[in-house]
Design a protein around this ligand. Structure first.
Ligand SMILES: [Zn+2]
Length: 212
């Protein structure tokens, strides 16, 4: 009989014996090896790229940590001087955003006494003199920072919201439970009729002042 060919319709002697002779397929085998080699090369290229990316990320992180440490060191000095002189930390010169951020993290009161904050808060109050909570009609008494605001670079009416004292209290409580400042949508949707103090806060106050 003639040699069977791959793809030959079943029915020949080989098929009847239940096996098909293996026919060398040089072209297909080579392309398989090529494909495997290509995959190996691609894998090593990828890992090389990954190594470089990891190295770059590590250097970036180191650089950021250095800058943060430097900003924190500077902020600590400025806060100490502000306590002595009572002068705004940026009375003489504007600070870098990283230093403002470090002052805010270290001592919020000192940040809110800065020339920068007084200026942006004044601009915010001028632009929105009423409490911005939609259902509230009180006059604004405070300015709050919104989610995403960058210390030292807050933009009035974008990163800030004008609130009455009561709505500010509610906004701070909501921010504490969220673990972040409110967005503008969240702040303006606050309910001015909601109780000012929740049960937890009352329990805490009772415990602190030893009230039954
Ligand atoms: Zn209000």
């Amino acid at each position: 009989m003639t040699c069977s060919v791959v793809g030959q319709p079943a029915g020949g002697a080989a098929a009847r014996r239940g096996s098909v002779p293996t026919v060398p397929r040089p072209g297909r085998d080579r392309s398989l090896q090529d494909a495997l080699r290509a995959r190996r090369e691609q894998a090593s290229l990828l890992s090389l790229r990954e190594v470089r990316e990891r190295e770059a990320a590590r250097k970036r992180a180191e650089e950021e940590a250095r800058e943060r440490a430097e900003a924190e060191r500077k902020a600590a000095g400025l806060v100490a001087r502000q306590r002595e002189t009572q002068e705004p930390v940026d009375r003489r010169t504007r600070l870098a955003p990283a230093v403002y951020a470090a002052v805010l993290a270290l001592e919020p009161d000192v940040y809110f006494a800065s020339s920068h904050w007084r200026r942006v808060a004044r601009a915010q109050r001028a632009a929105a003199p009423e409490c911005e909570v939609a259902a509230c009609e009180r006059r604004a008494q405070a300015v709050e920072r919104l989610d995403g605001a960058t210390a030292g670079e807050e933009r009035p009416q974008h990163d800030l919201v004008s609130l009455c004292d009561r709505c500010r209290h509610r906004s701070r409580r909501a921010a504490r439970s969220l673990g972040r400042p409110l967005t503008r949508a969240e702040a303006t949707a606050l309910d001015p009729a909601a109780p000012l103090y929740d049960r937890e806060a009352i329990a805490e106050l009772r415990a602190r002042y030893d009230l039954a």
